[in-house]
Design a binder for this molecule. Structure first.
Ligand code: GRF
Length: 206
């Protein structure tokens, strides 16, 4: 913690629109209790890394080789230690983190999921598949959820949710975009500030 700010890393895998929402919110002064100090991608060439570079935030690639979960997490942990990270935000991050890893970061890892958990979440529900499932089921409302991460995929305590209407003629792509614009990009910065504030208050009380 540098002063009253939590040092935040954002883990990404792809386009980084949620990272961009965080960076923009930070530049508008909307995350006063946190500072994004590092972006980590498990995919080289992810556009999220370009967004980090443009924002002047260090971006590092930590690739996970097949069947080398512990090696991947050891390299990731060493990097987080080097940058004195207090809190982790998963923003479109598609690699699995083991229960051993998440247990070392209790209530300090956040994830954004593009549905109203407990609907359409868990193993195999990511990206467009989530919206396809909502359309297949015929729900009239979906949205996004930010939750703490534990060993159960999308299973941790919910921090915030925001609902989005499903409209006639929606395709998974149209719905994904609406959920991003109307829910994810608003919710993630708000939830990140909430969690960072809670973390800094907890640490000053100790
Ligand atoms: C989005 O659908 C988001 O809900 C999920 O990952 C997808 C890509 O996000 N978490 P981003 O554009 O890489 O932030």
């Amino acid at each position: 913690m540098t002063g009253a700010k939590a040092r935040i890393t954002v883990l990404v895998s792809g386009g980084g629109t949620n990272l961009q929402a965080l960076l923009d919110a930070q530049s508008r002064g909307e995350i006063p209790h946190g500072e994004i100090v590092l972006v980590v991608s498990n995919k080289a060439g992810a556009y999220a890394l370009t967004r980090a570079e443009k924002a002047g935030v260090p971006g590092v690639v930590v690739e996970k080789k097949k069947g080398e979960q512990k090696d991947f997490e050891d390299r990731l942990s060493a990097l987080l230690k080097e940058y004195r990270v207090d809190m982790i935000v998963l923003a479109g991050f598609l690699a699995i983190l083991s229960g051993d890893f998440t247990a070392r970061w209790p209530r300090r890892i956040l994830n954004i999921h593009p549905s109203l958990i407990p609907s359409f979440c868990g193993e195999g529900f990511y990206g467009l598949r989530v919206h396809q499932a909502a359309l297949d089921y015929g729900v009239k409302v979906t949205g996004a959820t930010v939750h703490y991460v534990n060993e159960i995929p999308d299973g941790g305590e919910i921090i915030a949710q925001k609902a989005v209407e499903i409209l006639p003629g929606d395709t998974p792509e149209i719905l994904q975009r609406r959920v991003m614009e109307q829910a994810e990009w608003i919710l993630l910065p708000q939830a990140t500030e909430l969690a960072a504030k809670t973390l800094t208050e907890r640490s000053t009380q100790q």
